[in-house]
Design a protein around this ligand. Structure first.
Ligand code: ADP
Length: 474
């Protein structure tokens, strides 16, 4: 069905060619001509035959030219175009199509090329979409991923893996993994996974920096042959840290509870064994039991408070708070304890009001003044200063107490951390007060720092940095 539309051309062209061939034989071979002339053709007819012959030559030339121009239009040009488009396909450009309006073999070829182009375009778009999303997804994963090819050559590292290995994500393709991993144990396991084709898991305490890491090595196979592998790096440092905090916390709480309970149990047993008969002794023991029960109660309340704060259940309700009113109220609340220890209390403030949560602010100052009272020997001083310094409101709770050794200062805000364990337990402290203070200040958007000198005193300095918390400065 070559060039269906041109069939007529071929038939006419065929007839003309046959007639011309016969004419050629007639004119070129005198023997035949003479023979025909002597018997059938007159001179006039011969002339007519020559005219006819020449007319046919002209018609034939016309048809040939027409055929050639049609052939060019319908075959040569479209095929050139198809070749051009196929070359574009090979470069990954599937946008172009062939427009061929005639229905013939070239038309079928054009349709096939257009179909291939369409399918490739779809596949290409699908591939680009998957590729982009794939990299986007694995780049946002919180685990390190290394894709290898040809054994141990790096194909891709995601953001986390580049952090773990301290390498850049760019220009990494093609580098050998073994030249990047400085960990012999991991290199050995990668080689082992490549040889055996089995998934391997390695726990490491170090990759580029210290921590707890788990690396899973997954071999990539094709026809049972291991080609390369994928490395998955999980950073378990934080989880391990949390686990340690949890076990430490349980150990601390158990220890904190055990001490007063042992004491309560001991004195109760002594009373039951007969000490209750001695009124003076019984009263002394009951006072100790009361003190320990009080400590247990405070410990439980503090723990509950801390748990609530840490669970984020804290509701902050900010309002205008008059510092003078707060300091007066604190003086009143601690009046009895100041008197018991003969402590001098005063405050000086150049700031009138701040914008904060009054209850939480009071709770913070109560804890700090309670400590100041606990750790200041009789006859000392406890005071509060408030000032506005370069846009910050500073509130300092100061005492002339025993002070805190420099090396302990960074740790006193940890739960159950005490400088002098025996001494502070004696004072009835729970070891949680400053942890609560720290969390409350975080919730209020404020910070705290400590200045202290042994046997001279301590200063707990709260800073409200956010200017919205400062209302009126004198
Ligand atoms: P505690 O209930 O034991 O006082 P805190 O968390 O309030 O627990 O304080 C932690 C530790 O910090 C205390 O045990 C004490 O050793 C030290 N500390 C806190 N405030 C002061 C202070 N004003 N002077 C000296 N030491 C202090």
């Amino acid at each position: 069905m070559l060039l269906k539309g041109s069939k007529l051309f071929f038939i006419i062209e065929g007839i003309i060619t046959v007639v011309l061939f016969l004419g050629f034989i007639f004119f070129e071979y005198p023997l035949i001509r003479n023979f025909l002339k002597s018997y059938y053709i007159s001179n006039n007819r011969l002339f007519l035959l020559i005219i006819l012959h020449f007319s046919l030559v002209i018609i034939n030339i016309y048809y040939l030219i027409r055929m050639y121009s049609q052939f060019k239009e319908k075959v040569i040009f479209p095929i050139n175009k198809i070749t051009n488009i196929l070359q574009k396909f090979s470069l990954g450009n599937f946008e172009r199509t062939v427009h061929y309006p005639w229905s013939n073999e070239v038309g079928d070829l054009s349709n096939a090329v257009n179909l291939i182009g369409k399918r490739f375009r779809e596949l290409f778009e699908e591939h680009s979409f998957l590729k982009e999303n794939f990299y986007e997804v694995i780049n946002s994963i919180d685990e390190g991923i290394l894709l290898l090819y040809n054994g141990t050559k790096i194909f891709y590292v995601n953001k986390k893996a580049s952090e773990f290995l301290s390498v850049s994500q760019e220009n990494i393709k093609g580098k050998n993994l073994l030249s990047i991993l400085r960990n012999y144990e991991l290199i050995k396991e990668v080689e082992c996974a490549l040889n055996s084709g089995e998934i391997k898991e390695v726990n490491l305490n170090f990759i580029r920096k210290e921590g707890s890491y788990k690396v899973i090595i997954i071999p990539v196979k094709e026809n049972q042959r291991v080609l390369s592998c994928i490395l998955l790096i999980k950073d378990l440092t934080f989880i391990k840290g949390l686990e340690k905090i949890k076990t430490d916390l349980i150990a601390n709480i158990s220890h904190e509870l055990k001490t007063p309970i042992t004491s309560i149990k001991g004195f109760t047993e002594t009373l039951l064994e007969g000490a209750y008969k001695n009124e003076e002794l019984a009263l002394k023991f009951l006072n100790i039991i009361d003190f320990e029960v009080g400590r247990l109660y405070r410990l439980i309340i503090d723990l509950l408070n801390l748990a609530e704060i840490e669970a984020g259940k804290l509701k902050i309700k900010k309002e205008k708070v008059s510092l003078k009113d707060v300091f007066e109220e604190l003086g009143f609340l601690f009046k009895k304890r100041f008197e018991e220890k003969k402590l001098k209390f005063y405050y000086k403030s150049s700031v009138e009001e701040i914008f904060t949560d009054k209850d939480k602010f009071m709770q913070i100052l109560l804890n700090l003044i309670d400590n100041a009272v606990k750790y200041t020997p009789e006859g000392g001083s406890v005071w509060i200063e408030a000032e506005n310094k370069e846009g910050e409101v500073l509130i300092k709770v100061c005492d002339t107490g025993i002070g805190i050794p420099e090396e302990d200062i960074p740790r006193i805000f940890e739960r159950f951390y005490r400088v002098d364990k025996a001494r502070t337990r004696e004072s009835g402290g729970t070891g949680i007060g400053l942890a609560i203070v720290k969390h409350l200040l975080e919730a209020l958007g404020a910070e705290i720092k400590v200045e202290s000198e042994l046997n001279r005193g301590s200063k707990f300095i709260i800073s409200f940095k956010n200017s919205s918390q400062i209302i009126n400065n004198q």
